[in-house]
Ligand binder design. Structure first.
Ligand code: ATP
Ligand code: MG
Ligand code: MG
Ligand code: MG
Length: 465
C-alpha cells in the first residue's frame, strides 16, 4: 500500500506492516556502520518520515548513497518504532526505488540552506517544497475549509459571483479591463477616443473587485449567503498588504444591521483561528519557532478575547491626543492608514478592534447613511500586526437615500439600475463584509509579506508563472 506520511507518523499502521512511502528526500545521512538515513516528505504534514536504508539493498552503493535533497523516491519497508527522539515511527527499508534524480545536486538550491522569500518567489519548482510554503499551504487550506464549515453550520449558502463584470463595486477605479478587442485596431468613437463599450462583445467589462453587489442580490432572496472567490485590483503599489489578485470571503445577510455583522465577523474569526490551532498544531509550532514567537499565543488570545468596538470619531480623538508622531497626521474625515490602525490595535487596545461609523466621504457609495447625516454604518476589523483585515457595512436599502448618494458622488443611476431594483421590489435592511483571505493567512501565520501566503502572488513584477 502507498502510505501517506502523516498517517505513518500518526500511527495509523501497526509495527511490522509493510508499506510504500512516496515523496522527496529532505536529507540523507550515512552512518559509519553502512546504513543511510533518509528523511522523506510528501507534503501531507510538516514532518518528514525517516527511512533506514541498510547496505544490503542491491542498489545501496549505486543509487541510495547518491541520493540528494529533492530526489523523488518510492521506499518500501516495514513500520518500526523509532529509537531516536522526534517521531515515534520510522520505516526499515527493504527497497528504495529512485523515481527522479536531481540534475545538478551540487548547486540545486534546496534546504538545508535557507533561502530568502524573494529568492523562493523566483523559483516555482523550489518554493512549494520548502518547509515554510508547505506550512503556509496547509494552514491556508485549513482556514478555507473552516470558513466554509462555519458558514454552512450557520445556515449560509455559498454562491459564486462573476469574475467578469460591468460594475465597479467599490467605485475606487482599481479595475483591470477585460477586453476582446483587437489592440492593433481599436474601435474609435466620433471624437477619436477608444470605444471601450465594445470590450466584451458590445459591453465594457472588467475583472471584479468584489462580489458584494451580486452577493446582495442573492441575500435579498436567500437571506444568508456568502461568496468565496478571487478578486482583482489594479494596485500598482508595493505594500506588504496588497496583491493585485486576492481571495475574498463576503457574507451578506438580509434582515441584519451593522451590529449583527460585527458579531458575525468576530464569531467567524474565532472559529477559523480555533480550527487552525487544533488541526495544524504542527505548522503553527513551526511558525512560532521560525516567524513569530507569539504565533500560537496570539491566536489563542484572539479566540479567548472580546473584540473591542470603537467609533471612528473616538479613534480620531485617541490618535490626536496619544502623543505619538504619525507619518500621516489625522483629522476627523481622513481615512485611517495602517500605521493608525496598528497603533490602535497593538498599543492602545492590544486586541482586534471593530471600528465603526466612518465619515461617509471616505467610504463607498452603497453604505447606509447614519442619522447624523455625516457618517455611514461601516465597520472595519483591525488586527494587531496587520491593520484592516475586514471591511463591511450595513447597506443603504432606502431607494431615495441611495439615489441621493449616487447623485452626490456623480455616479450614473442607469449603470446601477439592476442594483437599484433591489430597493424597489421588497427592499429589506441588509449588511455584509469582505474578509481578505490573504490578510487572514498573513495574520494567522505571522508572515508579514502578503506575497508569501499565496501560491502564486500577483503584484507588480510577479506575473510570469
Ligand atoms: P486597504 O485599505 O487595506 O487598501 P480596502 O479598504 O481598500 O483595504 P476593501 O475594499 O474594504 O479594502 O476590501 C475588503 C477587504 O479585502 C479588506 O479589508 C482587505 O482584507 C482585503 N483587501 C483589499 N484590498 C486588498 C489587496 N489589494 N490585496 C489583498 N487584500 C485586499
Ligand atoms: Mg484599498
Ligand atoms: Mg481601507
Ligand atoms: Mg476597507
Amino acid at each position: 500500500t502507498h502510505a501517506v506520511i502523516k498517517d505513518v507518523l500518526a500511527g495509523r499502521y501497526a509495527v511490522g506492516d509493510t508499506v510504500t512511502v512516496k515523496g522527496w528526500i529532505r536529507t540523507r545521512r550515512d552512518s559509519k556502520a553502512g546504513i543511510s538515513f533518509l528523511a522523506i516528505h510528501d507534503g501531507s504534514c510538516f514532518d518528514a518520515v525517516q527511512a533506514v536504508a541498510p547496505a544490503e539493498l542491491n542498489n545501496y552503493e549505486s543509487e541510495v548513497k547518491r541520493l540528494t535533497t529533492s530526489c523523488s523516491v518510492a521506499v518500501t519497508g516495514t513500520i518500526a518504532r523509532s529509537e531516536g527522539q522526534g517521531q515515534a515511527f520510522e520505516l526499515q527499508a527493504t527497497s528504495v526505488e529512485v523515481l527522479g534524480w536531481v540534475e545538478n545536486p551540487d548547486t540545486y538550491p534546496m534546504a538545508p540552506k535557507r533561502h530568502s522569500m524573494e529568492y523562493l518567489r523566483e523559483h516555482a519548482h523550489l518554493r512549494p517544497r520548502t518547509n515554510i510554503m508547505g506550512a503556509v499551504t496547509r494552514v491556508r487550506h485549513c482556514l478555507a475549509q473552516a470558513v466554509h464549515r462555519f458558514f454552512h453550520e450557520q445556515g449560509y449558502y455559498w454562491i459564486s459571483t462573476p469574475i467578469i463584470t460591468g460594475s465597479d463595486a467599490e467605485g475606487a477605479g482599481e479595475m483591470f479591463r477585460v477586453s476582446t478587442l483587437d489592440m492593433e485596431n481599436l474601435p474609435r468613437t466620433d471624437k477619436g477616443k477608444v470605444d471601450y463599450s465594445q470590450d466584451f462583445f458590445g459591453k465594457e467589462t472588467f475583472l471584479t473587485v468584489s462580489g458584494q453587489l451580486n452577493g446582495e442580490t442573492y441575500a435579498c432572496a436567500m437571506s444568508k449567503i456568502y461568496t468565496f472567490g478571487p478578486t482583482f485590483r489594479a494596485e500598482n503599489s508595493n505594500t506588504s498588504r496588497h496583491l493585485a489578485e486576492f481571495w475574498m470571503i463576503e457574507p451578506e445577510v438580509a434582515f441584519a444591521e451593522l451590529k449583527d455583522i460585527a458579531q458575525l465577523a468576530e464569531d467567524m474569526l474565532k472559529y477559523v483561528c480555533k480550527a487552525v490551532l487544533t488541526e495544524r498544531a504542527d505548522d503553527m509550532a513551526f511558525f512560532a519557532e521560525r516567524i513569530d514567537p507569539t504565533a500560537v499565543t496570539r491566536l489563542q488570545q484572539l479566540v479567548d478575547s472580546s473584540f473591542v468596538r470603537m467609533d471612528y470619531t473616538d479613534a480620531i480623538e485617541i490618535l490626536k491626543t496619544c502623543g505619538k508622531k504619525f507619518e500621516y497626521p489625522v483629522e476627523w474625515g481622513v481615512d485611517l492608514q495602517s500605521e493608525h490602525e496598528r497603533y490602535l490595535a497593538e498599543e492602545h487596545v492590544g486586541a482586534p478592534i471593530i471600528m465603526q461609523n466612518y465619515p461617509k466621504d471616505i467610504k463607498a457609495f452603497y453604505m447606509r447613511l447614519n442619522d447624523d447625516g455625516k457618517t455611514v454604518a461601516a465597520m472595519d476589523v483591525l488586527a494587531p500586526g496587520i491593520g484592516e483585515i475586514i471591511g463591511g457595512s450595513q447597506r443603504e436599502e432606502r431607494l431615495e437615500a441611495f439615489d441621493k448618494r449616487l447623485d452626490e458622488m456623480g455616479l450614473d443611476k442607469e449603470a446601477y439600475g439592476w442594483y437599484r431594483d433591489l430597493r424597489r421590489y421588497g427592499t429589506v435592511p441588509h449588511a455584509g463584509f469582505g474578509l481578505g483571505f490573504e490578510r487572514l493567512v498573513s495574520y494567522v501565520t505571522g508572515i508579514g509579506n502578503i506575497r508569501d501566503v499565496i501560491a502564486f502572488p500577483r503584484t507588480p513584477g510577479n506575473a510570469e508563472f
